[in-house]
Design a protein around this ligand. Structure first.
Ligand SMILES: Nc1ncnc2c1ncn2[C@@H]1O[C@H](COP(=O)(O)OP(=O)(O)OP(=O)(O)O)[C@@H](O)[C@H]1O
Length: 870
């Protein structure tokens, strides 16, 4: 494979094959800076920016493909390109800030899996607000699912969790600060069996990059690392070390991990946990610290306001601002179903999402790709539901809507596109009452078991061919036929993972009176507030491990939602955002499953081509009508392609005009051979276009506009030269008299350098500049150090002595203007009284109204008359 054959278009859809080549890991926005951008990805971005600026309509670039197919890689390139087109390039503060955020997030959220050694375990929707074609603000929305796997990788996988890299990268001084001098990495199990020296060196350099990026985001390094560690609670030494790191006493942490309070009909009963239960509680705490830390970092990365401020700590975010931001960040996100006020809440979320969707953003969606790890757990069921949902979105947008609208408007299409609809599989997993996720919630609420759950779903869906029994039979296993392959799920941990709870005995440990580290308290801020609003603590209640919005905390003994409910609602809200946006699809394909550079494994690729329905898409693009437009919109866009005089341009004759434009275009292209259909059809409300004719129309339109722009420019430039000719000639004559011939030739047409402004002393080269003060001042005034400050807006007054003089003003001409008048235009004669009505947008000019003409006259030509309006 060479550079040219790894990307291709199927109509407007881009197909990318991952060749596993020339990529420096780890994959971040900054690591892709050295890579060349592909013209195809460039075109996707250009198109999104163009459509956004022409229509104001939100755009979504949707990347899909299996795990390892290169979605994250492509998303980083797209983002870089977006910055190049609309954001001022990679040297801007906004780019550096976002690049730092991705470095930090990838260090926290990627792991080596069986299919991808740099797999993102956090889904991302990167939202870039674009106003008038210029990038205005960026925001990252993160979707957590795989906390368990990031904390404890599956067999054969490796964790790139930054906390694992930490010990490899820490200096002796930092180790001693963290009270870790005595601990070798292996005793705390930060590193995994089989790690080599090279792994350690790589981890160390990643760690350094990560630390630098935390600095760029203004996050104190110790805030994150000091407290959010995982440990093995074996023996007092480790327990005390960890307790020290978390700012709590060893005894309190031990109590939190090993005791449990129950509420038995109003009576509080304390019990001691066995080893299993304590280990589970320990894992819950590790997960909670992990995902809450990531959520906090995402909030910080999204708060561009604080860019440049390195003084605040993460925990210094006031609770209020955290919640507000959490709500903003989760507009498409963490509302939770199942509570009593769910109706009004979901309505608010819907309204928010819709309002938000109408802001002109360009989104890049890089969600979880389909995967089949062994064993597959609840998180993977959610990940695969997400992949199914994205596939369904594609099917609906590309196939279903075009086929159905052809049918509705009575259009006969030569090509029958036979695509596979995956709705039955989505229904099986997520339908409201009988879906596997709803049944899991019921099983959790009645405190069932994995076996009872699996047997119930098998009974409920016994006729569903998508659900199958794996061989050999196991009461805790079940299989699902997904769009991209068969996956066998192990339900052993389904119920616990779904509950996603941490007991109040443990949360209470982090209360500010017993925990001397604000960051840990901050991570559980809302929970602690709810817990300590009543006198009895702990009282046998539980909280969610994952961060949810504060209103959805507990409402009795149990949290009001489950992990899968949360995920489902967030996915739903994401879809609501997407349906309001104009989608641009990028389908990614993995070239082989061994991550070997330039190896094209036919079987692996064919499997993905089938599951992504690439052939069906090609069929539709080659012979169907994948595009439709309202008649009026069609005419508005393409009327420049037909002779102006022949068009009717009336409502009644709108279809005649469509006909005329297309006939004209077809005549012009009939001589060229075409392999794709160039047909079109008129429906009841729309005109239906094949991909071939759409491409012709677009090409002709841009050629025609290009020609017209060239003609307009050349006409204007010609006129301007003629208009200025006499002045130019005089200037040339003066120059030739004033300059000796030699200097004339060396100077050429170069413009003289402007003289320094009178009264401004030149800068003293010995004067010291404090870079920090300059940086702070720039931050304060919102200035960019790399660029000159913007020109101040024209004032609505002039100043004479100490007096502000408003407009209009009466002034007298000091000299005639224009000086080189050839009698064509109006002339203001010396001594004439004129009316100045305002400041001109041209620098140093005023607007003069004189004998029904408006002129922009240089300031020095006009003298103030005594009787003025003030
Ligand atoms: N166009 C490309 N050229 C070279 N290497 C690539 C390209 N795209 C991806 N890769 C390599 O393939 C690996 C997998 O890519 P990436 O992580 O982007 O896949 P993904 O689809 O996002 O997977 P996941 O869903 O597991 O996160 C990356 O580590 C990167 O090194």
């Amino acid at each position: 494979m060479d550079n040219t054959d790894r990307e291709t278009n199927v109509g407007p859809i881009l197909l990318c094959v991952n060749p596993y080549r020339d990529v420096g890991n780890p994959l971040t926005l900054s690591s892709t800076r050295g890579l060349a951008l592909s013209p195809q990805l460039n075109r996707v971005v250009q198109e999104a920016v163009r459509q956004q600026s022409e229509t104001g309509y939100p755009q979504a670039i949707i990347l899909s493909g299996t795990s390892g197919s290169g979605k994250s890689h492509a998303s980083m390139l797209l983002l870089r390109q977006l910055f190049a087109v609309a954001g001022g390039g990679p040297e801007t503060d906004a780019f550096k800030h976002l690049a730092a955020a991705f470095t930090v997030l990838r260090s926290l959220g990627s792991a080596k899996t069986m299919t991808n050694s740099e797999s993102s375990r956090i889904g991302q929707f990167i939202e870039v607000q674009v106003t008038d074609g210029a990038l205005y603000r960026t925001k990252i929305h993160c979707y957590f699912l795989d906390q368990t796997r990031v904390i404890r990788p599956l067999p054969g996988e490796k964790n790139y969790h930054i906390f694992y890299q930490m010990l490899a990268g820490l200096s002796t001084e930092e180790r001693s600060k963290l009270n870790l001098e005595g601990h070798k990495p292996s005793t705390l199990r930060y590193l995994q069996h089989g790690d080599t020296r090279q792994d350690l060196a790589e981890d160390a350099s990643r760690f350094q990059a990560w630390k630098t990026c935390l600095g760029v985001l203004g996050i104190p390094f110790l805030d994150v690392t000091e407290r959010a560690l995982r440990w093995m609670s074996r023996g007092d030494a480790e327990l005390n070390a960890v307790a020290g790191l978390l700012g709590v006493s060893g005894a309190a942490l031990f109590r939190g991990l090993t005791s449990r309070t129950h509420n038995a009909r109003g009576q509080l009963v304390k019990s001691v946990c066995d080893a299993n239960m304590s280990n589970m509680t320990r894992d819950c705490l590790a997960k909670a610290l992990y995902c809450r830390t990531v959520a906090t970092i995402v909030r910080r990365a999204n708060s561009l306001k604080r860019l440049g401020s390195t003084l605040g700590t993460l925990s210094s975010d006031s609770n209020e601002s955290v919640h507000n931001q959490a709500e903003v960040t989760s507009q498409h996100a963490s509302t939770i179903g199942g509570s009593t006020n769910a109706g009004s809440k979901s309505m608010a979320a819907l309204n928010n999402a819709v309002r938000h969707a109408t802001d002109g953003f360009i989104g890049i969606l890089d969600m979880f790709g389909f995967e089949d790890p062994k064993p597959s757990q609840l998180e993977h069921l959610c990940i695969n539901l997400c992949a199914e949902t994205m596939q369904h979105f594609y099917n609906t947008h590309i196939f279903k809507s075009s086929i159905e609208s052809c049918r509705d408007e009575g259009i006969n299409c030569e090509v029958e596109v036979d695509y596979v609809d995956n709705v039955p599989c989505i229904d099986l997993v997520s339908s409201l009452r009988t879906g596997l996720l709803s049944m899991l919630d019921v099983e959790c609420s009645i405190r069932g078991t994995a076996e009872s759950y699996v047997s119930k779903i098998k009974v409920q869906h016994k006729n569903n061919t998508r659900l199958f029994d794996p061989k050999p039979l196991d009461p805790r296993l079940f299989g699902i036929q997904h769009f991209a392959g068969r996956v066998i799920y192990d339900a052993t941990d389904f119920l616990d993972t779904n509950k996603d709870v941490v007991p109040d005995d443990l949360v209470a440990v982090f209360y500010k009176h017993s925990c001397n580290f604000g960051f840990a308290t901050h991570l559980f801020g809302s929970e602690l507030k709810a817990l300590y609003s009543v006198e009895t603590v702990p009282r046998g209640v539980s909280f969610r491990i994952s961060p949810t919005s504060h209103t959805d905390l507990l409402n009795g003994d149990e949290p009001v939602s489950t992990l899968t409910q949360d995920f489902h609602t967030r996915l739903d809200n994401l879809l609501r955002t997407l349906v309001h946006a104009r989608p641009h699809f990028v389908r990614c394909i993995c070239s082989n499953s061994q991550e070997t550079p330039n190896r094209f494994d036919r079987g692996t690729v064919v499997r993905q081509i089938r599951s992504l329905q690439v052939l069906e898409t090609v069929n539709l693009m080659a012979g169907g009508y994948p595009h439709r437009m309202r008649f009026k919109a069609f005419n508005a866009r393409y009327r420049l392609l037909a002779p102006f005089a022949k068009l009717h341009r009336t409502e009644e004759k709108v279809t005649d005009d469509c006909h005329l434009i297309l006939q004209h275009v077809l005549d012009s292209i009939s001589k060229q051979p075409s392999f794709v259909s160039t047909s079109w059809a008129l429906g009841k409300r729309h005109i239906f276009l094949s991909e071939g004719i759409r491409q012709h129309l677009e090409r002709l339109r841009s050629e025609t506009r290009q020609k017209a722009a060239t003609l307009i420019q050349s006409t204007w430039r010609g006129w301007h030269c003629r208009y200025r000719w006499s002045t130019l000639r005089r200037e040339k004559e003066i120059q030739s008299v004033a300059q000796p011939p030699a200097s004339r030739t060396t100077l050429g047409g170069a413009r003289p350098r402007p003289q320094p402004i009178a009264g401004t002393p030149p800068p003293d080269p010995n004067e010291k500049c404090d870079a920090k003060i300059i940086q702070q001042t720039c931050n304060l005034f919102g200035l960019d150090l790399e660029r000159p400050p913007p020109v101040p807006p024209s004032r609505s007054y002039t100043v004479a002595g100490n007096t502000k003089l408003g407009y209009p003003q009466t002034r007298v001409m000091k000299m005639s203007y224009p000086e080189d008048s050839n009698g064509d235009g109006p002339v203001l004669l010396k001594g004439e009284t004129v009316l100045v009505v305002g400041a001109s947008h041209r620098r140093g000019h005023l607007i003069v109204e004189h004998k029904h003409c408006t002129l922009h006259v240089p300031f020095q030509f006009l003298e103030l008359k005594q009787s003025v309006n003030i």
